[in-house]
Write a protein that binds this ligand. Structure first.
Ligand code: ADP
Ligand code: MG
Length: 238
């Protein structure tokens, strides 16, 4: 069953069309990567799915329900950003717990969930440290922890690794793939990095200037690009 459906989705900013009619189906548990050049509309698409940006026309359907008018907190979605602004004066525990404090959860519930998230992310020995004492990869995991504690059905990642150096990026790719298997959640991951797309995705969505050029498995896109753009961007150039 399709967990997330986008149909004829469009977005314009003061008369300029940025997303020009996107149709897409995402199944439960799928790892979908949106890839495309800078400015093609990846973040805008993600922000619309999250509810941070209004839809100009078309529909976003989650688990059979149109969510166009639902606020972000009611969509069962958590978003992880590229610049993971952690609170420097708070411990790792409190940083991860923050969304649950906002929701006014009970202390016991908060502790259970934060500890479970920390175990998954291998941060359980770091809970009393401040972010400043952590490595870049550990800080990124704290940011992901903040998303996990809310137990979303769908995770959205907007270029979460682009601030990390190459070695760390490669470690985090493996971490995220492991996390995906462990949580079994649906993940939509935005990147402009072909290698990330090819190594992490179940399904790749190639975007160009507000439209989908091709959707397929990494092998499909690599070996059978439908056009020059896809071939040049991700495929096996002939
Ligand atoms: P990407 O994430 O693929 O780099 P974006 O979704 O950020 O691309 O942007 C797509 C296009 O929409 C760009 O041309 C950008 O300038 C424009 N855009 C994004 N957000 C806004 C906004 N709030 N107001 C006006 N234009 C915007
Ligand atoms: Mg972007």
């Amino acid at each position: 069953m399709s967990q997330l459906t986008l149909s004829r989705l469009k977005k314009s900013f003061s008369g300029t069309d940025v997303i020009k009619g996107v149709d897409l189906e995402v199944s439960e548990g799928e790892f979908v990567v949106f890839v495309g050049p800078s400015g093609c509309g990846k973040s805008t698409l993600l922000r619309m799915i999250a509810g941070l940006e209004e839809v100009t026309s078309g529909d976003i359907v989650i688990a059979g329900k149109t969510v166009n008018d639902l606020p972000p907190v009611k969509r069962g979605i958590a978003m992880v950003f590229q610049s993971y602004a952690l609170y420097p004066h708070m411990t790792v525990f409190e940083n991860i717990a923050f969304p649950l404090r906002v929701e006014k959860r009970l202390e016991n519930d908060i502790r259970t969930r934060v500890e479970a998230a920390a175990r998954v992310l291998q941060l359980d020995t770091r809970l009393e440290q401040k972010p400043g004492t952590l490595s870049g990869g550990q800080r990124q995991r704290v940011a992901i922890g903040r998303a996990i504690v809310r137990e979303p059905k769908i995770f959205l990642f907007d270029e979460p690794l682009s601030n990390l150096d190459a070695a760390l990026r490669s470690d985090m790719r493996i971490e995220l793939t492991r996390l995906h298997k462990k949580l079994g959640a649906t993940m939509i991951y935005v990147t402009h990095d072909q290698v990330e797309a090819l190594t992490m995705a179940d399904k790749i969505v190639v975007l160009n200037a507000g439209r989908i050029e091709q959707v397929g498995s990494p092998l499909d896109l690599y070996h059978r690009p439908q056009n020059r753009f896809v071939a040049g961007f991700i495929g096996n150039p002939k």
